[in-house]
Design a protein around this ligand. Structure first.
Ligand code: PRP
Ligand code: URA
Length: 208
């Protein structure tokens, strides 16, 4: 059974509530996506190893630590791209492997259109990023593409539906899942209720 961590942090709850509001401007929506991503990655990457690193401060030598593992971020296009500025702000040396897929809105299954994942990857762990975990189809497809490397895989999503959480747990029991909110259910169109609508369209301001 994959571990599910639903953030109870007041900052996450506050920001996700603001993110949900239909009247949010794209500018604020983008800002909040970045801020919640930062807060969720704080938990998702809490067990990264560090290596000793000595620096000279203006006052004395300091025995510090630097990240000891190579992180691979795997944003699922499009919406996952919105999480990347925050992710790279905190892990600037991370590898980034984009996966392109959109949901067939009739059958609610992922339609892959871009995957340049390497034959012999060098990251120590992979973090799949997607704003929404709805049916779980997109997340499971993305996780499957990185899990074959035999490295730890985490999934970070801002909002999840129980249906998606169950699918990831069933198909990828070794993947830890970090979400900002666990919502009620999916509606007949596969949208998360209450959710925030179409994350990609809201982030990229393409609502039409
Ligand atoms: C959205 C979202 C996820 C997917 C989640 O993508 O960004 O990738 O739906 O749904 P699922 O769990 O049922 O697979 P969408 O297909 O809208 O593409 P977009 O991000 O390019 O708008
Ligand atoms: N994708 C979205 O962007 N929103 C949903 O509610 C479900 C899938």
């Amino acid at each position: 059974m994959s571990a599910l961590q639903v953030s109870r942090h007041p900052l996450v709850q506050d920001k996700i509530t603001r993110l949900r509001e239909a009247a949010r401007s794209p500018e604020t929506f983008r800002m909040l996506v970045g801020q919640v991503t930062t807060l969720l990655l704080y938990e998702a990457l809490a067990d990264l190893t560090v290596t000793p690193h000595t620096v000279q401060t203006p006052v004395a030598e300091c025995q510090g630590a630097r990240l000891g593992q190579q992180v691979g971020f795997v944003p699922v296009l499009r919406a996952g791209l919105g999480m990347m500025p925050a992710a790279l702000e905190h892990v600037p040396n991370a590898q980034v492997w984009c996966l392109g897929m959109y949901r067939d809105e009739e059958r609610l299954i992922p339609m892959p259109y871009y995957d340049k994942m390497p034959e012999h990857p060098t990251a120590d762990l992979y973090c799949v990023l997607d704003i929404m975990l709805a049916t779980g189809g997109s997340a499971c497809d993305a996780i499957a593409r990185v899990q074959r490397y035999g490295k730890p895989v985490r999934l970070v999503s801002l909002i999840a539906a129980p249906e998606g959480v169950r699918k990831v747990a069933a198909e990828h029991p070794d993947t830890n899942v970090y979400v900002g909110a666990l919502d009620s259910h999916l509606n007949e169109k596969g949208y998360i209720v209450p959710g925030l609508g179409d994350a990609g369209d809201r982030y990229f301001n393409t609502l039409g």
